[in-house]
Design a protein around this ligand. Structure first.
Ligand code: ADP
Ligand code: GLC
Length: 484
């Protein structure tokens, strides 16, 4: 602990729990700063003050920052709140760009049309923020495309600027979202013309925020070791494999952790009953409550199979719908919570309609229900086409719910296929992205489910693992130390 004392980290993300979340990035930006603080760091988390955040619960400061974008000044005032000892959240109150809208990225019409200005502002303000907040960060750690330009702005700071020379870490959470904007938006960045090039932020004639983060950060991380390798190839490099290969020596895979307080079946406030590896009775109650919630009968020998996910191509919904017929021949009840592309939402609605009493479906976002599904299910499905890390499989392991996943990214790094001979493994993995391979893996899981002793071993193997942030935070710290 002692050797980290004094290390001050400026951590910035477009979403962070407990204030704003649309996906795993929000979980990570909530959990990692906390674990860094527990390891002795002082962490400032910077995020925009969105309309979904109640500013009356924050402390207004007297500080403000002005940034010029496209020739006009944008003034932001700073709000703050200490949610955890050692972690202070700072909020950029810029009503026009953020606070006046309910959502983070867009509304029913799609992304907000001025997301270029909204995120350019966030990137540009970053270097000016520490002086306004009276901080001196040793490292700046920024996340995903939303903050991809920040490392470049840091590199371009003039002599004498207090943040000049501060090392930056850029974390890739999902390369499928790159922050692409038309050339016409380039003047808003205020960057010299020469950076609109192959050596700079340009690709396919557009500005690419993600590419900037990859090229100009001092270190680049991906959220699992397997994903860090996968993105060097054409299939999962999404067109950025060339810049990624250029930075290969500075690219590290660090597995995400989970918030072990928020996701703890022994203390989970969303559950009707508590349980732990030693006392599993509460899990049976959670299962009953889950079935009741969806008016599904409790049929002997039937496995409850859960899914909590964004309904997008990445998550393998194509496989789920393709495998529907074969899956529903099995003795399972399917419980699904998610929201996303209308195509998948509608397909899931159709499946639910076709199999009354077998499928429970909620289209929407519901934190409490996500916890109940994790607790009340026997199996959890993640047939992802790709998965940079994935958090739900780790929640599942902690909740004694056996994951069935495709061997990709962080899923391959956390789920170990059950081996009855050596009694080793915590779940079920399949490789080929085909309905056949997927269904075969579910069948294997159900076979084990039918053998109480065997199933109990798999469940206990998973529950005995430690996926908390502690180890991963140590890895980030080790990386920070190489940079300062
Ligand atoms: P991604 O960030 O790609 O969506 P992750 O597995 O990293 O995937 O994280 C997703 C997070 O969002 C998890 O905490 C999961 O429980 C949560 N989540 C996803 N969809 C929903 C939903 N419909 N309701 C509640 N929580 C959800
Ligand atoms: C992204 C990825 C997901 C990962 C999360 C947090 O949203 O899709 O796999 O767990 O970021 O890093």
């Amino acid at each position: 602990m002692g050797k980290n004392k004094g290390l001050t980290i400026l951590f910035a993300a477009s979403e962070a729990l407990p204030f704003a979340k649309t996906g795993g990035l929000g979980d990570v930006a909530g959990g990692l700063p906390r674990a860094l603080a527990e390891a002795g760091c002082s962490v400032a988390v910077l995020l925009p003050l969105y309309g979904c955040i109640d500013k009356n619960k924050l402390q207004k400061t007297a500080s403000s920052i002005t940034v010029m974008i496209g020739g006009r000044p944008y003034i932001t005032t700073l709000y703050k709140k200490e949610v955890f000892p050692g972690v202070t959240h700072w909020f950029l109150h810029q009503p026009e760009l953020y606070y006046s809208r309910p959502n983070i990225y867009g509304d029913q019409n799609g992304d907000y049309p001025d997301n270029d200005a909204r995120f350019i502002f966030f990137n540009r303000v970053l270097a000016e923020f520490p002086a306004a907040a009276n901080l001196r960060p040793d490292v700046v750690h920024v996340n995903d495309w939303h903050l991809g330009l920040a490392p470049l702005y840091l590199k371009l700071l003039p002599q004498g600027h207090p943040m000049r020379g501060t090392p930056s870490v850029f974390s890739i959470h999902n390369l499928a979202y790159q922050g692409l904007f038309p050339r016409e938006s380039y003047p808003l960045t205020g960057l010299p013309e020469k950076y609109f090039s192959d050596d700079g932020v340009e690709i396919w004639g557009k500005i690419n925020f993600m590419k900037a983060g990859i090229l100009f950060a001092d270190a680049v991380t991906a959220v699992s070791p397997t994903y860090a390798k996968e993105i060097l190839g054409k299939e999962l490099g999404f067109g950025l494999e060339k810049p990624l290969n250029r930075r290969k020596k500075s690219l590290f895979g660090i597995l995400n952790g989970i918030d072990a307080d928020e996701w703890n079946p022994a203390t989970d406030k969303h559950l009707p009953a508590a349980y732990s590896a030693k006392k599993m009775a509460g899990k049976v109650k959670c299962r009953e409550a889950l079935l009741k919630k969806f008016s599904l009968p409790d049929v002997p020998g039937r496995a409850v199979v859960g899914i909590v996910s964004r309904m997008v191509e990445q998550k393998g919904f194509g496989l789920i719908t393709a495998a529907e017929k074969e899956l529903m021949k099995l003795n399972i009840a399917l419980v699904v919570l998610g929201t996303g592309q209308p195509k998948y939402e509608n397909e899931l609605r159709d499946i639910a309609k076709k199999h009354p009493g077998r499928v429970g479906l909620t289209i929407g976002y519901d934190e409490g229900l996500a916890h109940l599904i994790e607790a009340g299910s026997d199996l959890f499905l993640m047939p992802s086409h790709f998965e940079p890390c994935g958090l739900n499989q780790m929640y599942s392991l902690r909740y004694g719910t056996v994951p069935v996943v495709r061997a990709t990214g962080g899923l391959a790094d956390t789920v170990v296929n059950w081996q009855p001979a050596g009694k080793k493994g915590n779940g079920f993995l399949f490789k080929a992205a085909t309905p056949q391979a997927f269904v075969a893996s579910v069948k294997n899981a159900l076979k084990a489910f039918g053998n109480k002793k065997e199933w109990n071993r798999i469940v206990q193997n998973g529950m005995a693992e430690d996926h908390s942030w502690r180890k991963s935070a140590e890895r980030y710290l080790a990386l920070y130390r190489t940079l300062v």
